[in-house]
Design a protein around this ligand. Sequence first.
Ligand code: NDP
Length: 399
Amino acid sequence: MGKALIIGAGGVGRVVAHKCAQNPDVFEEIIIASRTLSKCDELKKELDGGKTKVHTAQVDADKTEEVINLINRYKPDIVINVALPYQDLSIMEACLATKTDYVDTANYEPPEVPKFEYKWQWAYKEKFEKAGITALLGSGFDPGVTGVFTAYAQKHYFDEIHYIDILDANAGDHGYPFATNFNPEINIREITALGSYWENGKWIETKPLEIKRTFNFPEIGNMDIYLLHHEEIESLAKNIKNVKRIRFWMTFSQKYLTHLQVLQNVGMTSIEPIEFEGKMIQPLQFLKAVLPDPATLGPRTKGKTNIGCIFRGIKDGKPRNYYVYNVCDHQECFKEVGAQAVSYTAGVPAMIGAMMVLTGKWKKPGVFNVEEFDPDPFMDALNKNGLPWKEDFSPEILD
Ligand code: NDP
């Protein structure tokens, strides 16, 4: 039925490629393209012999012209961008120039400013409408499934959602004293930034990791959670009417936080370039180079993730609480696709987002976040593609 160009062959790209190949009726052909061709070729070797035809290509996605040439060469129906957030705009430009649909999992962030906002990508709305193509933004797990969960709660269980708490727990252990589960540069930029949440129509800022709670996660147990700024807060605040507060929480172990604090104190997490032996380097990029590659964590990571949303609001004039979540096992993910659960939980929804657009279920000209579409076919696809979800109507409530 369709041809997808996957840009990025890291942890998430690997999962997307495997998952597309598991759905050959939708993805007849895939092109895996990335900066390092050998990573694409390695994936092709794993996937060759299946029903989906696999091609590979080298591309520097910072260069719109290169992406345009690649699209013109293979003529995909959709581009699945799982490179880094820095490439979002150059790839969207290439999609516009070639009238090709677009899906990503993380919003644009300028390399020199550690601040992610949707304004740069939302600014393309009119251009995509005029070109008659769809851009689906943030179709990973968080953002992504968390927005679909919200649309599902709104559609089936609430007249008004007043409070949303998004909870992302990773109880996996990779055995290293310190490593990040996805791109260390993106991960550390996110965690060391100021925290914030949405309340009564405005942003409330906090110091990094200032607000802490503990939460008893189903199938994982008690964990410390910290309030972070996260991109879906921005789109949900815009798209969910009458919402009073939206917060995002993530678990961190004490060991992780202690290492991070030391690295911060000695200046290793800075993105300000410094001169080193006659060359300008960015400390955070250097740190990334010495930390374990997240793609190598798969075989060593044991334990589970639990990501979900707790909603509070009203239905038929009565208060209602609702918790929907997915539990994912690192080792099972690794057995299936050779990646740990953090990459898996982002890659499966990226494939499903592309599937929604390719099958016409979520095909509409413009730039959209996932919660703007009918959640039902996506929720159904999560159950069928390795991310089944569970519901709880009397969950623990965070103060
Ligand atoms: P990785 O660093 O493992 O992979 C990134 C890939 O993109 C690498 O293959 C890299 O190439 C490639 N790449 C980087 N720059 C370019 C470029 N200029 N041109 C072409 N290819 C490039 O990251 P992850 O796979 O962990 O993450 C991928 C994306 O998914 C990120 O944007 C991340 O923020 C997002 N994500 C979203 C989540 C969600 O739930 N929404 C959760 C986790 C991640 P090379 O191999 O040469 O370095």
